[in-house]
Ligand binder design. Structure first.
Ligand code: AP5
Length: 220
């Protein structure tokens, strides 16, 4: 199954994609994670090019994102499906994805759009802690690690993302709000968009997403 997960910063895309990956047995492809790994690699040309965009909350240019996504979806592990988290974010990226999938002879099955109230986004992002080694995601209140500040999965020290400061969160929200409608409309027109309430316990949200995956929708 080929799925796009979209929604505002901090809505829970990464958290849900990790669960869905286990359910569907397809890779979780997060453009944010790919960019953060590149930034961490010392001397990486991609990392130094994208750092200033990611850490200020601005979008990395579409052309660069297109090359990156074409390479990632062309890999063998994506042939049987994928969960795409964080791409596409602009109409141009919608076209890029159509082109990449068209060349591979594939089509998207679902676009799941998570929604939560803005106050909950702020709560989620301000309490988020992530593992810089394995990428696991925690929350100080709703998903704390067993030992404070330590990743349950690999034992590394947890950190706060540099783009989770108040000013950068505002910039990310502003950009998402400006881009969301045309992207959602493009997928609504294809008959594959499902809007899902992302508020509530992680497992309750997963159940709603799974129901969205199974929803029969005729393509126009
Ligand atoms: P990216 O990493 O994709 O960031 P984002 O879209 O802003 O989303 P987040 O990762 O912040 O949040 P999430 O929705 O995954 O939430 P999470 O599951 O962590 O992109 C980062 C940057 O990279 C962009 O700003 C841009 O610069 C660049 N970029 C990436 N893709 C790009 C593209 N296509 N084009 C151009 N540039 C691009 O959850 C958040 C918190 O809430 C966690 O603490 C979690 O534990 C908690 N939580 C989750 N679910 C629940 C729940 N149900 N109840 C309570 N708490 C919950």
């Amino acid at each position: 199954m080929r799925v796009v997960l979209m929604g505002p910063p901090g809505v829970g895309k990464g958290t849900q994609a990790a669960q869905m990956q286990a359910l569907l047995g397809v890779p979780h492809v997060s453009t944010g994670n790919i960019l953060r790994v590149a930034i961490q690699q010392e001397g990486s040309p991609l990392g130094s090019e994208v750092r200033r965009f990611v850490e200020s909350g601005r979008l990395v240019p579409d052309g660069l994102m297109g090359d990156l996504i074409a390479e990632r979806l062309g890999r063998r592990d994506s042939a049987g499906g994928f969960i795409l988290d964080g791409f596409p974010r602009t109409l141009e990226q919608v076209d890029i994805l159509d082109g990449v999938l068209g060349r591979l002879g594939l089509e998207l099955d679902r676009v799941l759009m998570l929604k939560v109230p803005e106050a909950e986004i702020v709560r989620r992002l301000s309490g988020r802690r992530t593992c810089p080694s394995c990428g696991a995601v925690y929350h100080l209140d709703s998903r704390p690690p067993a030992a404070a500040g330590v990743c349950d999965a690999c034992g590394s020290g947890l950190v706060q993302r540099p783009d989770d400061t108040e000013q950068v969160i505002r910039e990310r929200m502003k950009i998402y709000t400006a881009q969301r409608l045309p992207v959602a409309q493009a997928y609504r027109a294809k008959g594959i968009l499902v809007e899902v309430d992302g508020f509530g316990e992680v497992d309750a949200v997963s159940a709603r997403l799974n129901a969205g995956l199974g929803k029969g929708m005729a393509r126009p």
